[in-house]
Design a binder for this molecule. Structure first.
Ligand code: FE
Length: 184
């Protein structure tokens, strides 16, 4: 009788262990909410509400170089940024507010040492502004939601637009594997 109870106990313990193993393997095999399946902006303009913060708030959120580039229109040194040579597929979002700005689909090798794109991910996600600093007339590119400085756009880019959006890596965050939803 005692042996029977012992066997029952063993069977119970084994079942518990097997159940636990199955659960663990299920957890491992199911894809979690990783960046790979993130899709931005499911509805037209649904996240384009302005992000406005004081200089102090930006300073508290950004590191020194991010603040200098995004909020003071600084420029990172060529070939020093994290994305000029990034060839992965995904979406580049504003490092200030997370708005999707560029896609790997329009990134090209410009040889300048800055990430370069021939188009923004959506026209209304960037603001263009005349910049007359340093005795030059250039077109500044800003994030349309937080006004963060991204870089400049020039007309010596490749087809199909002929444009070159020359962007600071520090103004961007890269979300590997992400893509934009189709326009409804
Ligand atoms: Fe932004």
């Amino acid at each position: 009788m005692q042996f029977k109870h012992f066997s029952c106990l063993l069977i119970c313990l084994f079942s518990l262990w097997a159940c636990n193993q199955a659960q663990e393997s299920k957890t491992r095999s199911e894809p979690g909410p990783t960046s790979e399946n993130r899709i931005f902006l499911s509805l037209e303009g649904d996240t384009l509400g302005p992000v406005q913060k004081s200089e102090e708030e930006w300073k508290a959120e950004l590191d020194g170089q991010e603040f200098n580039v995004l909020r003071q229109a600084g420029t990172e040194r060529a070939f020093t940024g994290k994305y000029w040579d990034n060839k992965k597929t995904g979406v580049y979002v504003c490092a200030g507010c997370g708005l999707p700005l560029f896609s790997s689909e329009t990134k090209f090798r410009s040889g300048t040492g800055w990430p370069s794109f021939w188009a923004p991910i959506r026209k209304d996600h960037v603001w263009l502004k005349e910049d007359r600093q340093y005795g030059m007339t250039r077109t500044e590119v800003l994030c349309a939601r937080c006004g963060g400085h991204q870089g400049h756009v020039f007309d010596d880019g490749p087809k199909p637009t002929g444009l070159r959006y020359c962007i600071n890596s520090v103004s961007l965050d890269f979300v590997e594997g992400a893509k934009m939803a189709e326009k409804p």
